[in-house]
Write a protein that binds this ligand. Sequence first.
Ligand SMILES: [Zn+2]
Length: 889
Amino acid sequence: MDSSSSSSSSSSVHLALAALFGASVMAISAFFVHKRTVDQVLDRLINLRRRSPPPPAAVTADGFFPSEDDGGGGGYFGSDGEIEIDKARSSDENVLNSYRVSCSMPNVGLPNEWLDDEAMRFENRLPNSWDKLDLIPSGLPPLHTARRDEQDQSINISGSNIPVGSGSRLMTPRSSGGYAFGSMGDSDEEGTELATEQDILFTYEDNNALAEYVNENNPNIHNLSAPPFEGDNKSCILDQNCNAIRHEAKENVDQHGAGKEDTASLHIIRNDPVFANSILPLTTAVHESMNKEEEEVRKMIRECLDLRDRYVYREKVAPWMKATVEPSSVSGTNNDPLSFVPVEATAHHFRMEDGVVRVYAGENDLTDLFPVASSTMFFTDMHHLLKVTSIGNVRSACHHRLRFLEEKFRFHLLVNSDREFLAQKSAPHRDFYNIRKVDTHVHHSACMNQKHLLRFIKSKLRKEPDEVVIFRDGIYFTLKEVFESLQLTGYDLNVDLLDVHADKSTFHRFDKFNLKYNPCGQSRLREIFLKQDNLIQGRFLAEVTKQVLSDLETSKYQLAEYRVSIYGRKQSEWDQLASWFINNALYSKNAVWLIQLPRLYNVYKGMGTVTSFQNILDNVFIPLFEVTVDPNSHPQLHVFLMQVVGFDIVDDESKPERRPTKHMPKPAEWTNEFNPAYSYYAYYCYANLYTLNKLRESKGMPTIRLRPHCGEAGDIDHLAAAFLLCHNISHGINLRKSPVLQYLYYLAQIGLAMSPLSNNSLFLDYHRNPFLMFFHRGLNVSLSTDDPLQIHLTKEPLVEEYSVAAKVWKLTSCDLCEIARNSVYQSGFSHADKSHWLGHKYCKRGPEGNDIHKSNVPDTRISFRHETWKEEMQYVYLGKARLPQEIDI
Ligand SMILES: [Zn+2]
């Protein structure tokens, strides 16, 4: 018994010893195997780092960035110093499969951390160049990443092997908040042209794969997959917080949000250390030492922003400062918006001088009441701006800032998208369908969809065949005769025959696109149905417009800003348009109107309609001053102008044009056959509107903003001119070609009413559209339809536009609601309307001005946008920016 027991105990000792020995051998061999593999990875990374160009080297020899547009093989974003590891070469390829490191992706500090961590272990193996292996480009400030060596070495995720980064993702696997990252697992398409997938440089999959790999080989490394901002060891709190927030949100939902506070968001902002750390990684940005070159760049950017401030017309008193909101105007019980109340004329006297109307207090008064910057000054400033936009350093710096903004937003989504989704869930009643969306850019003569127009034509042909509708070649035709002359019957008509839809023949052919306004290719049908100055005085167009307006009112939450043309061929055009509007009672509380001036001087000159450019300016602006000084002179126009919120200049921007010089001929001297450049049109419209608005404001009348088409095609000059002169613009897709202007548009938060579906028919394929990139970077973008007649298929073109964008770009509900909120801000609807739709504090910047119960946008998102913008402004102004509390007017 004893012996047996002693022998058994000795044998177990032997066994234990053997096991210990075996385990030691295994451990040692595993250590060496791991060490060798890690060394290989390190060497490869270091080699690649040496071989790759530093970030500024992405600038090509002539000092210009490779255009993001002409990506070629590079695609959209792939052109700035990314390092892609050759997959086919080493044993560690599985680890680094598709692992990419971006020099301009500061959020991903992981490679640094990992290397730092390894540096502790293999210190003596490190090459001398190790210190240079800083993946943050010199132009960017450092991040809030606590470095390993300053921390306790035993940091890990409390034994839980759940990486923090993916922790938040795991919390709500069914949430739509996963965004593009959520789809990464399903997609291993490397070559996809979708920007979001193509440009994700360091994904969860990469992250986790790397972590798993290293964990397998060295269980001591726990924290590889922790995000870089968890410096204060509180990463595990995130999980708890998530649970707490979810619990809280659930409670809110259960109570149907009895409290009016956006508690989920507030809770996050107040109590969440990770939120606080991750949303503002750049608080120290400004105090970083910077070199002279960088200082120069920031100075130039500041000068450009200051230039804009000097030009753009702003009302002296913001609408919310004037009077309390009259609830009557919201509820619609105010006076009839189409009736004229006589207003006394003032003694103002005005004269057109050198293409700009000057206003004087009286006929004999010589003091220009509202002086405006001269054309020479404007063209000089525009040239200065263009010079700045072409300087290599500035381009490079702006490009990096924009990339930085983009990655910052992605990081925000990684950390906060689930919270945003929860906050939206907890806001009672609101969802994407019942928030206000404004179609910020839609041409009135194309505002109905093709099926609608077809139905309308058929019904007219059936009900009013004997209506005399057109006078051609000395003969009056009835509607029936017109169709007989075209050899068409109502039965034959279908959408294909109508042929108003843009197709592949219109791409890069603005002229062909314009021809699509002719139903069945017949200009006479256009004249009958889509013009307001025809034999029937635009009755058919008014009737179809009323149907569109009534559809809009039925949908309640959709609003539109219709653009109608004034051509500048004769002064009576204004009165004609106004009487068409008033006589047909086209007022709707869901719509406001803009005037669009087609840039067609050369056509009218060729036809002999005008003799100089001055004629056009006279025809467009003189009636506006007349009616402003004395409303009784054009009562209908006075009433109509109450509904007009903006002024647009339109036409094919891709037509070649000469860049204006500093000293251009005056409009009266412009008698040649060529069309003036875009910026020439822009300046003279701006200058006249500026004085007109000053006059209107002084008389308590609503003002008219300059909101032209710009940057759809053509030269970058257009965008430079608009930057100086305009409130906001339509399209702006060419900003993708100029990082400096894009950055300036971001800083000034100039609204862009973008129409990716329209661009897809005309100038830019959908998948190449920069909308998503702009949105990520924080530019002030909205979605608009442009031409439903030519482009859209459904009854709700605006929702169709949102829908396609949401599907193609995987936009979340929060993204869509943010875009819709932007559209309300960009629009020209009244202060009363906006405060009704967005909350009475909408004029405040940042989360204070946001009401999730109205906009359905979580404070988390608005807070991120606002703080990011503030940081960026402080970066540019060296921490001395005095940022306004309220939005720009
Ligand atoms: Zn348009």
